[in-house]
Design a protein. Structure first.
Length: 322
């Protein structure tokens, strides 16, 4: 389908935006039929304004994917609530003017949008800090940084990071601390990965050692090279063998992994909705999958498992039984 876009995104008729919101609701409900998808394509092809409205809807969904997991789920869940089309239409209007959109949403705790360092969904970045520390941010991640004469403090607001501290770090120099939603980590001359979940933090140590201090507990533990653990604000799980941070090299390794888990991991890198049907979620998968090329990973699944990928649009994907 060949389309053009209006010269100004603010020129879109609110009535068209309301229709786009209705399509967004239908597709998110998982009740869209093949006929509905054909009707959507015809609706998009009506005019440049229709296509621009739909692109704005997809962009809004991409924005929801970058907020904290629970908040993003709750927001998307409201697509099924009364008055949802009006709510979505207002959201689409907000995207027309970025400054107004920011003002309209700033009261929500989306701190990562203004973080010192951040990545978008599907993006990975490397940063070298002033003290020689190297950071690699995975998809949809955000970090705040505060360096002072007494402390080098990083705060992981969302997502996942790989940290390699400076080799010449001195025990008498400013203390290095990484804070997460569940506590603080104190490494020295080490390489480790940290992932922020909704209610816990996962730490994997590859070199050196890291001290863990949960936020609401006097408990502390030292995790050494080759170990990983999850911890909450009050407890630290027993260590297990560390899993390599292959995402740094753009790969996800599955070893007898449930398909539902694999799809959920790939969804972290997809700007849109990527879901797994319950009828195939229990299938086990083994192999290496590129996280930087989600379509290729899905094609691999289609070739090796009795599944197919339903593609409502480039943003709405569902892995189903073949």
């Amino acid at each position: 389908m060949t389309t053009t876009t209006p010269s100004s995104s603010g020129d879109i008729d609110p009535a068209i935006l309301n229709e786009a919101a209705g399509w967004l609701v239908l597709l998110h409900s998982s009740e869209a039929s093949a006929r509905d998808l054909q009707d959507l394509e015809r609706w998009r092809a009506r005019s440049a304004a229709h296509e621009a409205a739909w692109q704005r809807a997809e962009n809004m969904l991409g924005a929801f994917r970058q907020v904290p997991p629970k908040l993003g789920r709750d927001t998307l869940a409201r697509l099924g609530s009364p008055g949802r089309r009006q709510l979505l239409r207002l959201g689409l209007l907000a995207i027309a003017a970025p400054s107004a959109g920011w003002l309209g949403w700033h009261h929500l705790p989306w701190r990562e949008w203004s973080a010192d360092l951040r990545t978008a969904t599907g993006e990975q970045k490397r940063f070298d800090l002033a003290d020689g520390t190297r950071l690699v941010l995975n998809t949809a991640s955000a970090v705040d940084i505060v360096f002072s004469p007494t402390e080098r403090r990083l705060t992981l607001l969302a997502g996942e990071i790989l940290i390699t501290t400076a080799k010449d770090a001195s025990p008498t120099g400013p203390r290095f601390i990484l804070r997460t939603g569940q506590g603080s980590l104190s490494p020295l001359g080490t390489r480790f990965a940290v992932r922020q979940f909704e209610e816990s933090t996962r730490l994997a140590v590859f070199e050196g050692a890291v001290e863990i201090r949960p936020a609401a507990s006097g408990q502390a533990a030292i995790l050494r090279a080759g170990e990983q653990t999850d911890f909450t604000t009050i407890a630290i799980q027993p260590p297990a063998p560390a899993e390599d941070a292959l995402w740094e090299r753009g790969m996800l390794l599955a070893r007898d992994m449930p398909l539902g888990t694999l799809v959920a991991e790939l969804a972290r890198y997809h700007r849109g909705l990527l879901r797994c049907g319950p009828e195939v979620a229990g299938l086990t998968v083994s192999g290496a999958f590129p996280v930087t090329d989600v379509p290729t990973s899905l094609t691999l699944l289609e070739k090796t498992l009795p599944v197919r990928v339903g593609r409502a649009t480039g943003y709405w994907l569902t892995v189903r039984a073949r």
